[in-house]
Design a protein around this ligand. Structure first.
Ligand SMILES: Nc1ncnc2c1ncn2[C@@H]1O[C@H](COP(=O)(O)OP(=O)(O)OP(=O)(O)O)[C@@H](O)[C@H]1O
Ligand SMILES: [Mg+2]
Length: 369
């Protein structure tokens, strides 16, 4: 199985990673904030959360997932690392979802790795709208194709090289070192393993949907026994709700963000006129993803929905989704079974946890070797 670590990267960032390297700070640059997580390994599969930090990013810093203003991102990275208070400068990072083109394709089954690579490259050529020389490509075998036992289903992920170059530039510009660059979807799978531990019977024999709802997008990933069944991206996120609040009530974007989180200073009609349509939008996209899964795979039921990303903390969203889908819904907390340093405010961590999942998954990558 190919690992989603951009191993086909011309930069070969992975090669810089040595088993003897010190721990890495998991760093997630999202469209609304930079998040850093530092873990310590206590024993096999046991970690302690040592530190974390969140630094807001101005709206103009990332546009459509692209780093649009390098200086803004450099400043936020520097600030975030300062807040973190760690002396570890080695970072594990993820490319934002918007920078990654994903496609599930069906190709003939083969035992030869070379043939598989060639088939994937041919399929990528067909589906990825850039020259193959301009992209970093990776893939994962999902399993046998439905109704075609001689074919296999492949999940392809590709990113333009200049996205990787920009990421390296901002990290180095902040005086930090990029050691690992992953794709977002894979990191969430690593962190999923932590969430899985909280499920009945460790999630065994259950079909799980993880809806990761950030500021600009929602990614829905379906898993069974740790295997990714499918991954779909939807263009809805918390920034849409903040934008709507700002427009409806004449608030600045920052004021709207604060009002949304604290549910303070908003008129009575907020719930019906603004929040409800947003929650409906999330529900519709989620149901569409589930229908897609049912029509395109043999999976015909979902046992549990887990919400992650900043919007998972939106009051009432989990309950709304559970009521309307009839599927048991929970909020994902990657730190649930982890001890944390005594300096961490546990109440605050409970609210921040779902949006730290990517940074947490990245921090875990430091212990892979
Ligand atoms: N406590 C909260 N209540 C409601 N919404 C919240 C809360 N905390 C964060 N959010 C919202 O979650 C979003 C940020 O989530 P997250 O940090 O996962 O996104 P991101 O990584 O910055 O964005 P993306 O991954 O889409 O580029 C913002 O829209 C923010 O307003
Ligand atoms: Mg994000």
């Amino acid at each position: 199985m190919a690992i989603f670590n951009l191993s086909h990267s011309a930069l070969s960032l992975d090669q810089l990673f040595k088993p003897s390297s010190p721990a890495l700070v998991g760093t997630d640059i999202g469209s609304s904030s930079v998040k850093m997580v530092e873990l310590v390994k206590l024993g096999k599969g046991q970690f302690r959360l040592l530190r974390y930090a969140i630094e807001p990013l101005p709206q103009a810093a990332l546009v459509d997932g692209d780093i649009a203003n390098l200086d803004m991102v450099i400043t936020a990275l520097r600030q975030c690392h300062k807040k973190l208070g760690s002396n570890i400068k080695n970072l594990a990072l993820a490319l934002p979802i918007a920078n990654i083109i994903t496609k599930t394709v069906i190709i003939p089954s083969t035992d030869s790795q070379n043939e598989l690579d060639a088939e994937v490259e041919r399929a990528a050529h067909e589906y990825i709208p850039f020259s193959i020389d301009e992209v970093n490509l990776d893939y994962q075998v999902l399993g046998s194709a439905q109704n075609h036992t001689d074919d296999i289903e492949i999940f392809i992920a590709a990113t333009r090289r200049d996205h990787v170059d920009d990421l390296v530039a901002v990290v180095e510009g902040a005086g930090l070192k990029p050691i690992i660059i992953e794709i977002d979807q894979h990191v969430n799978r690593i962190a999923y393993e932590l969430i899985e531990a909280a499920l009945p019977n460790h999630g065994r024999n259950l079909n799980i949907a993880i809806a990761h709802i950030g500021a600009s997008a929602m990614t829905v990933q379906f898993f069974r026994d740790g295997q990714l069944l499918n991954s779909l991206d939807n263009p809805i996120g918390g920034s849409h709700l903040s934008g709507l609040i700002s427009k409806t009530y004449g608030l600045s974007y920052t004021e709207a963000e604060q009002a949304k989180r604290k549910r303070k200073g908003l008129p009575e009609n907020y719930i019906n006129d603004v929040l409800q349509p947003f929650m409906d939008g999330v529900l519709n996209e989620l149901e569409r993803s589930i229908s897609y899964l049912y029509s395109n795979t043999s999976t015909q039921n979902i046992d549990r929905i887990i919400l992650t990303g900043g919007c998972a903390s939106l009051e009432g969203l989990g309950q709304y989704i559970a009521e309307h889908t009839g599927i048991s819904t929970a909020i994902g907390n990657p730190f649930r079974d982890m001890k944390s340093s005594k300096y961490i405010d546990t109440q605050k961590l409970l609210i921040d946890a779902p949006l730290l999942i990517t940074a947490c998954g990245l921090a875990l990558r430091g212990f892979d070797a």
